[in-house]
Design a protein around this ligand. Structure first.
Ligand code: SF4
Length: 270
């Protein structure tokens, strides 16, 4: 989905840590055993049936994929765009690597420990069964977030009322959009999705993965100014990186940062 999604999320193995029942001397305090939470599901060994939801990955615990929420992230494999900076290339092709029934059963065990489930990708709206998956986790009592590049406005309209938060990628200005995505006329659906989010009044963030070779600071600021004018209140600039854990290749200048902080109710530079 975007270059820094889940970059500092913390996968866990779910292995229970129990105190040893032996070898404690007099006066030694016995450690309290932690509850035995089930381990997250593993990738399937054999191909799942064709109609299976294309779950391509799972991060059981993340603090960064929905700012302010403790979330598990379910990654959907499949995306029709080919952004040249994509760090999730293995998620561009549709493939079910995890069994959704096992994933869903695991998420049941995390009730009370997590606030939310975020569907990410790839492009999660490429999955025809996403509406049912959203209903499944809502029934568990979770809040639901969605990362999208804004490729499918009609599918977004179908699920919007069941979402609590959306992170919408803005790839570039009109001039640079198709160069980033590798697809023609790609700004049009993304802006249709933005219009829906604005009129629905849902909580959402626009974010851009930025490098000055793709969009210089002047163009970035013009784009941001236009988003603010249209009513976007939360904006994030994610510095392009060579890998998810590497620092941004180029830093945004202090004057640009000051303007961005001024134009948006919430602005983040990641
Ligand atoms: S829109 Fe698709 S190709 Fe582009 S960064 Fe996201 S997953 Fe990768």
């Amino acid at each position: 989905m975007n270059a820094v999604s889940s970059s500092n999320a913390a996968p866990e193995d779910g292995t229970p840590a129990a105190a040893s029942a032996t070898g404690l001397g007099p006066g030694t305090r016995r450690l309290t055993a932690r509850p035995a939470y089930p381990a997250p599901p593993q990738p399937v060994a054999q191909a799942l049936p064709r109609h299976s939801p294309a779950v391509g990955g799972l991060v059981p615990f993340s603090t960064v994929d929905w700012p302010g929420q403790l979330a598990a992230v379910v990654f959907i494999a499949g995306c029709p765009w080919r952004c040249h900076y994509c760090h999730n290339v293995e998620l561009q092709t549709r493939a079910a690597r995890y069994d959704w029934r096992e994933t869903r059963a695991f998420l049941e065990t995390r009730k009370g420990l997590l606030d939310a489930i975020v569907f990410s990708g790839g492009e999660p709206l490429s999955e025809p069964r996403l509406p049912q998956m959203i209903r499944d986790v809502r029934r568990m009592g979770y809040r639901v977030g969605l990362h999208t590049a804004g490729i499918y406005p009609l599918r977004l309209a179908d699920v919007l009322r069941h979402l609590d938060w959306v992170g919408l990628d803005i790839k570039a200005d009109a001039e640079g959009y198709d160069d980033i995505t590798g697809r023609r006329d790609s700004q049009r659906p993304a802006h249709a999705c933005l219009a829906q989010l604005l009129s629905a009044g849902i909580d959402f963030e626009c974010r851009i993965t930025w490098h000055p070779d793709w969009l210089d600071e002047t163009r970035l600021l013009a784009l941001a100014r236009e988003l603010a004018r249209r009513g976007v209140r939360r904006f994030a600039v994610q510095g392009a990186r060579r890998s998810p854990d590497a620092p941004p290749v180029r830093a945004l200048g202090a004057p640009a940062l000051a303007l961005l902080m001024q134009w948006f109710e919430e602005f983040a530079y990641r």
